[in-house]
Write a protein that binds this ligand. Structure first.
Ligand SMILES: Cc1cc2nc3c(=O)[nH]c(=O)nc-3n(C[C@H](O)[C@H](O)[C@H](O)COP(=O)(O)O)c2cc1C
Length: 207
């Protein structure tokens, strides 16, 4: 009788432990969304490259909603204003898979939890300075949430830029991308707000 009771108690305890362990894992894997106010309490960095200021307008809009620090990524040698010369340089950099040297020095990225990364899509790719930033810092960006905002002229190419970003930082959580056409106006604030509030995060990503 005594042995029987011990066995039953043991099984009951095992079941409770399993429920706690698996329940907690399911809880961690579950998705949660942050309100803009909650997001603003995280240490946020907004970083981007821009040549004709479309991407910087989007960066300003995001910044006005979530705050945080904002850094423009600048290449050591600025890109030409002339469209043809710009195309030629980006095209060469794409061919040679160049990691362009950057003029911008970045602060310690460790304290930042969420990093917004903005890029235009010259020739359908992530702007080379953004690629440089991500590749050079891929170790520092490990386990961080990277949220791309991508400014395009042709929708189908924006997806390519997003895919690039996921390759550049394979150990980060790249998610919740925002794609928008190049005509950045005040009305974008409403859709930006909607995008921010619709974001979903796994609980373990927010730890
Ligand atoms: C030389 C050049 C090539 C471009 N190529 C593409 C392209 O292939 N696909 C695309 O969607 N947009 C392309 N664009 C459009 C830019 O991505 C778009 O204008 C963007 O808003 C520029 O952002 P910025 O003002 O922040 O530099 C190109 C723009 C330039 C100047």
């Amino acid at each position: 009788m005594k042995v029987k009771n011990l066995v039953i108690t043991g099984i009951a305890l095992l079941v409770i432990v399993l429920l706690i362990v698996f329940g907690y894992r399911a809880y961690l894997n579950g998705e949660t969304s942050l309100s803009i106010a909650q997001m603003s309490k995280k240490k946020i960095l907004i970083t981007y490259y821009t040549r004709t200021n479309d991407t910087s307008k989007m960066a300003d809009t995001i910044h006005s909603l979530v705050g945080g620090d904002m850094i423009k990524i600048e290449p050591e040698i600025a890109y030409p204003a002339d469209k043809e010369a710009y195309t030629k340089r980006v095209s060469e950099e794409r061919e040679k898979r160049t990691i362009v040297p950057l003029k911008t020095s970045f602060p310690n990225l460790k304290p930042y939890k969420i990093i917004f990364v903005g890029t235009p899509t010259p020739l359908g790719i992530t702007a080379p300075p953004v690629k440089s930033f991500l590749i050079k810092n891929s170790d520092n960006l490990k386990n961080k949430i990277i949220i791309p905002f991508i400014i395009y002229q042709e929708t189908n190419q924006a997806m390519g830029a997003y895919r690039d970003i996921t390759y550049f930082v394979p150990n980060s959580y790249v998610k919740n991308p925002y794609f928008t056409g190049e005509n950045i106006t005040g009305s974008k604030k409403v859709s930006t707000e909607r995008w921010l509030t619709s974001m979903k995060f796994k609980r373990y990503e927010l730890k």
